[in-house]
Design a protein around this ligand. Structure first.
Ligand code: NAG
Ligand code: NAG
Length: 418
């Protein structure tokens, strides 16, 4: 299919078939609406689930376990520590759950739970995206878009990692800083309109899709930064989609990394199971009903120059440029939890004892838990203003730790009594 016919065909929700991989070019339609040239490709592929566990080698390196549950896809070197100096991710992994066997990167997000009227929680399963039926546990869809304008994208370098979003956020104002972390209330699997920054307030017939778009400008020097975010930035004006320029502090254009994850809420859509006050019942593993704290993590692990070649080739399925493997092969790449823990079935509380903070949409209370105390798993009791995670136990913070432990600040939003 030519680029011209793709341009003509680009309408939200319009299904396009390229090289037997179905894709939704709604982002093209966005670019068109913004008046940008539309001649660009977007590398779109499936990654099956690798593991679901409380591990976070980026924000909590070495900590077994990290505070909240994540769903993880990608290379099987995923581990408590993925220090670049000590590990070559692209050679230490022996398999990947993704479509491209040269991609040993890891991609992860929090997971969604349903909270019943009696307070018990149950993990919401994931489902496969359009064109990726059979992906183990739904997995996630990953995109790398080089540019919407034909500008060159510099692929991520070995050792590169980043986080977008902040699990402490519970308001639209704080969330606005991240621009492009959204949810789609799926009427069917092809719904690609009506993205919202907070969680849908009504039952979504086909599930809820998380859309996680990372910043697209890099400072050109640092593979990481203390908050795992300040080495990247958004365009200084306009957007990535409109071809906005990168700020002088972050002059290097990197591909737009974008995740889609579909939460299969169908078994929980019966309103008789929902809170009687009309609020929505889904809560994130980090203790958030609002969705404003949504976040995604990335550790680069492509082999050699494979990602750069794909970006330069400006290809969609990239079958001629990259080696590919079947979804079944990707499904065979699995890990078990480093610390076996029950995360499924009806649970009395969120794994890790995560405390739910912030308002429930629909209640109109708008209040947030500002101070609380909790007993850390590695430290003693501690208290702090606002949200933080204390020794792996909920969003309670640890400005003050019990004697025998000290507060270790990991980054702008996490601290622990250790
Ligand atoms: C994870 O790290 C531990 C400790 O360094 C090591 O023993 C183990 O083999 C690693 N697992 C994987 C899958 O790399
Ligand atoms: C809580 O509610 C759910 C959904 O109705 C039910 O399946 C579960 O058994 C209940 N748990 C307890 C402890 O009552």
């Amino acid at each position: 299919m030519s680029l011209q016919s793709r341009r003509v065909a680009s309408q939200p929700g319009f299904l396009l078939v390229i090289n037997d991989i179905m894709m939704y070019p709604s982002v093209l339609a966005v670019a068109l609406a913004l008046g940008a040239p539309s001649v660009h490709a977007l590398l779109r592929f499936s990654c099956s689930q690798l593991v679901v566990e409380r591990l976070d080698p980026l924000v909590f390196p070495g900590l077994k376990q990290s505070p909240h549950v994540h769903q993880v896809v990608g290379g099987n070197m995923f581990n408590t520590t993925m220090d670049h100096a000590a590990h070559d991710i692209s050679t230490e992994s022996t398999c990947t759950t993704c479509t491209f066997p040269e991609d040993f990167s890891n991609y992860w997000t929090a997971v969604l739970y349903f909270r019943a009227r009696n307070g018990s929680v149950h993990r919401v399963p994931q489902r496969a995206n359009i064109g990726f039926d059979g992906a183990r546990s739904g997995g996630m869809t990953v995109y790398y878009t080089p540019s919407y304008t034909g500008a060159k994208a510099t692929a991520f370098q070995p050792g590169f990692r980043m986080v977008v979003g902040n699990p402490m956020i519970r308001t639209a104002a704080e969330n606005a800083k991240y621009r492009q972390l959204t949810f789609t209330c799926l009427q069917d699997l092809s719904t690609r309109t009506g993205e919202t920054a907070d969680m849908p307030k009504t039952a979504c017939p086909a599930g809820i899709m998380s859309n996680v778009r990372f910043p697209t400008c890099w400072n050109g020097k640092d593979l990481d930064s203390p908050d795992h975010a300040s080495h990247v930035a958004y365009p200084s004006s306009g957007t990535f989609e409109s071809g906005g320029p990168c700020p002088s502090t972050h002059p290097v254009k990197i591909p737009q990394l974008f995740f889609e994850i579909i939460w299969d809420t169908r078994q929980f859509n019966d309103k008789s199971l929902w809170p009687t006050d009309g609020s929505q019942p889904f809560v994130w593993s980090y203790g958030d009903y609002t969705g404003y704290g949504t976040h995604g993590d990335y550790v680069f692990g492509w082999k050699g120059d494979s990602l750069q070649r794909a970006m330069d080739a400006n290809c969609d399925a990239c079958t001629g440029t990259l080696k590919t493997q079947s979804i079944t092969t990707g499904n065979n790449c699995q890990q078990s939890q480093k610390v076996a823990e029950t995360i499924d079935g009806w649970l009395p509380q969120l794994p890790g004892g995560i405390v739910i903070t912030g308002p429930q949409p629909g209640t109109g209370s708008g209040t947030s838990t500002s101070t609380s105390t909790d007993s850390g798993s590695t430290g003693g009791s501690c208290s702090a203003a606002k949200y933080a995670q204390c020794g792996g136990k909920g969003f309670t913070g640890c400005a003050t730790c019990a004697s025998g432990s000290t507060c270790k600040v990991s980054n702008e939003y996490y601290s622990q009594c250790l």
